[in-house]
Design a protein around this ligand. Sequence first.
Ligand code: NAD
Ligand code: DAU
Length: 331
Amino acid sequence: MHIVVTGGAGFIGANFVRRTVATRPDVRITVVDALTYAANESSLDGVGVEFVKGSITDPAVVDELVAPADAVVNFAADTHNDNSLTDPWPFLDTNIRGTAVLLDAVRRHEKRLHHISTDEVFGDLPLGTPERFTEETPYRPSSPYSASKASSDHLVRAWVRSFGVQATISNCSNNYGPYQHVEKFIPRQITNILSGERPKLYGAGANVRDWIHVDDHNDAVWAILERGTIGETYLIGADGERSNREVLALILEATGRAPDDFDTVPDRAGHDLRYAIDSSKLRRELGWAPARADFAAGLRDTVDWYRENRAWWEPGKAGTEAAYARRETPR
Ligand code: NAD
Ligand code: DAU
């Protein structure tokens, strides 16, 4: 099987490529990545897959890559909510137009597409209720990022229905693990501590995210690629709900810091309160289950990874924090 992995130099894509190479030696991989600020080419060091620098918004690049492949797994996206509040335009271009370019190519060449999406398309849930997102939950995105991902999902469904494109969609909850950019919550707090800085918590830290280890997400993607029904959507989640404050407490504990050794900073505009995934369809129909459901243990491994891989994250750290410093004034 020959797959094109878009966004393979980013967090989840690079982990997907690494895991696939390690566990499925019969799969040939071509990575295409625009190498935006969010990419890190060294995430693929030593992996030995074909790499093409290019954008999914470029029809010529996409056409040439899709033609000889069997399937496309689309991880490429602009992904950080905070950035989408500062400048939404790259999000609209890559996430919406880029997905349309991919759809056009897989339609022309009659290839399989799996589109990676997010639970944020459903908006947010109230705190302290048993309510969770399902495949039937109506779309209600809050940020330019989540609205652009929602748009991309609608495009995939439209191409399936109108043109018979062989596509599936997955909407996953918050991922954590190695190779995640230091702009994101968990790596930011870990690398702040490793740099002698204090973690930064938005608002009161009451917002809840539903954490899943990146390897569990990627195993679910393979289950859908191999056994999923064309045209279907699958929600991916590992029952990992924690408030940001709880996650930060675990990071402080794992790094030997005092429980109150952090700053609170002004909250994100329009900040979604809570996400929670009901992944029972995926578990029931495709037999997937998370193998790394112990979040505290996975988080300790992640702390260790950032401790042991300073050369991977240190070059980007100062620039990321300078951008945050322009938006945040500690209270
Ligand atoms: P990331 O920001 O770490 O990586 C995105 C990658 O896409 C980068 O390497 C970037 O260079 C590349 N890219 C951006 N624009 C491109 C373009 N026009 N053409 C080609 N490549 C381009 O993101 P991530 O966290 O790995 O997320 C991957 C996918 O998973 C995204 O679609 C995201 O919406 C989705 N997702 C992420 C999470 C999460 O918690 N991180 C959860 C659910 C879904
Ligand atoms: O739910 C899936 C989504 O998870 C993905 O679609 C997105 O691509 C991914 O970035 C992530 O979105 P979030 O906005 O939930 O992730 P982020 O890491 O930016 O923030 C997680 C929570 O932590 C959120 O409630 C905001 C808060 N936060 C974030 C940062 C960067 C802080 O309290 N302090 C911080 O410094």
